[in-house]
Ligand binder design. Structure first.
Ligand SMILES: [Zn+2]
Ligand SMILES: [Zn+2]
Length: 276
């Protein structure tokens, strides 16, 4: 069994539509793929309708959280889309993402960057808008050569010249919300150095008490030493050692299946889903 529990589509900031993500998942030899777009469940229906034989879809999402001023991402799986509390939070987060993206475009224009809101909105294509869409517009405008250059202090990196912060959930509240909606949660890329901050072990322990189901141990941004440390931390807290490619299509390089989770850890995680 090859299981990848982290991927993105055009429902958020991936470059491939959900159906294409499913096709690529099977082509990459996966048996199970989780679609975990940022702050939306909108990709699940088109992904499910396009599921190739032999591939199982785990409906998921990646919730934007903030702890002590730092961005923290929480993956959720098998939540009830009809849960009103969760739906209300997703509406609040996506509405504020829109406000924030507009403000960042305005600040970039003040800095002389020749991009428009229309361009960014077109790149988002009706999905949840995020900084990667702005980064792609900046590449198209010839301001930077690679989307990664946008995520620096010079532009829209956290705290950067054109950066605008946004509404995000407290991670412990998000863990409880996912549980209340019948799902299980996994702390995403807890040690990724490229994201500027590694969440302290004590904070992870508090999330475990709040009902966290797993820790994303296998992630492309984690080096070998971090994986060993996170696996030990997960074991000590009784959390599943999860993993996934965090594929965003061409934005990250097509890499579905480059990171996987063991069937045992998958079963441990899914045993927390209500009704299973
Ligand atoms: Zn993330
Ligand atoms: Zn992600």
């Amino acid at each position: 069994m090859r299981i990848d529990l982290h991927s993105h589509s055009t429902a958020s900031d991936g470059t491939d539509p959900p159906a294409e993500v499913m096709r690529r998942a099977r082509a990459a030899g996966l048996d199970v793929i989780a679609l975990t777009d940022h702050d939306t469940l909108a990709g699940h229906a088109p992904a499910g309708a396009a599921l190739p034989p032999g591939l199982s879809l785990v409906p998921g999402l990646e919730l934007s959280c903030r702890l002590d001023g730092h961005s923290v991402h929480l993956l959720g799986y098998h939540v009830d889309p009809a849960h009103q509390g969760l739906a209300a939070e997703l509406r609040a987060i996506t509405a504020d993402r829109l406000r924030r993206a507009r403000e960042m475009v305005a600040r970039l224009r003040e800095l002389g960057v020749g991009i428009s809101w229309q361009q960014v909105a077109a790149l988002a294509g009706g999905g949840v808008v995020g900084r990667p869409h702005i980064a792609r517009a900046m590449v198209a405008a010839g301001v930077i050569a690679d989307p990664a250059e946008a995520f620096t202090p010079a532009w829209i990196g956290t705290g950067g010249r054109a950066y605008v912060s946004r509404y995000a959930l407290d991670p412990a509240a998000a863990v409880q919300l996912i549980r209340a909606a019948g799902g299980v949660s996994v702390l995403a890329h807890p040690a990724a150095p490229t994201r500027g901050w590694a969440i302290p072990d004590q904070a992870v322990a508090r999330l475990a008490v709040a009902g966290l189901g797993g820790l994303e141990v296998s992630h492309p941004d984690h080096d070998h030493a971090q994986r060993l440390r996170l696996a030990a931390l997960a074991a000590s807290l009784g959390l599943a050692a999860s993993g996934g490619s965090d594929d965003h299509g061409s934005l990250t390089g097509h890499r579905l299946g480059c990171e996987t989770v063991t069937p045992g850890a998958y079963e441990q995680l899914m045993s927390g889903v209500r009704g299973r």
